[in-house]
Design a protein around this ligand. Sequence first.
Ligand code: E4P
Length: 217
Amino acid sequence: MKFFIDTANLDQIREAAALGVLDGVTTNPSLMAKEGITGRNNILKHYVDICNLTDGDVSAEVIATDFKKIIAEGEELADLHEQIVVKVPMIRDGVKALKYFSDKGIRTNCTLVFSAGQALLAAKAGASYVSPFIGRLDDISTDGLNLISEIRQIYDNYEFETEILAASIRHTMHVIDCAKLGADVMTGPLSAIMGLLNHPLTDIGLEKFLADYKKGN
Ligand code: E4P
C-alpha cells in the first residue's frame, strides 16, 4: 500500500518524508487555502516546493469546471514538474478531461468520488488514480469503507489499472481497514500515519528492556 499525505503543509510533508515511508502528497484547494497559499503564481510555486520534498506523486487540483479550461489548467500543472498528477473533479467535463489527459499521457487523480458508479466511469476514462472520500461518507452515516470494497471488486473483475486512492482518511483505523480491503494507496493527515506507530505494550516493553539493561551496566 502506498502512503500519501493529505496536506499542503511543508513541515508535515518533511516530517512524513523523514520517516521514510512517504510515497506522495495530495492537496486540494481547501488545504492550500489553509496554509495561506493564494494567487496563481504562489500556488504554482507551492506545488513545485512540495515536489522538491518527495520523490513521489503530487496531486494538484484544477479549479476549472468546463472542459477547455480544465485542459488548459491541467496542462499548465502537468508542465510544472514530472511528479505532478492532475486532480480532476468527478463531473461531466471532468470525465471528458480524464480521457483527454489519459490519451496524452498526462497522469490524473479523479477526485470527489462517492459511488462505485463514479469510480467505474473514472476507470473507463483512464484515470491513473480514483479518490473515494471515505471520511465524508462516514460523516453522513454512510459506510465509506464499503465503497472501497465495491471499487476493489469492480476494478479486479475487469483488471482496470486505475489505482484506488482511499481519501478523506480521518484516523489510523481507516488506514488499516483500507489496507485490509486492498486499497492501492491511502491519503491522510500526518496523525493517521504516525498513529500506526503506537501500542502501549511497545512502550511498556521498551521501558522494561532499557531498565533491565541499566541494572546490569
Ligand atoms: C483527497 O485528495 C482530499 O484532499 C481529501 O482526502 C479530503 O479529505 P477531507 O474530507 O478530510 O477534507
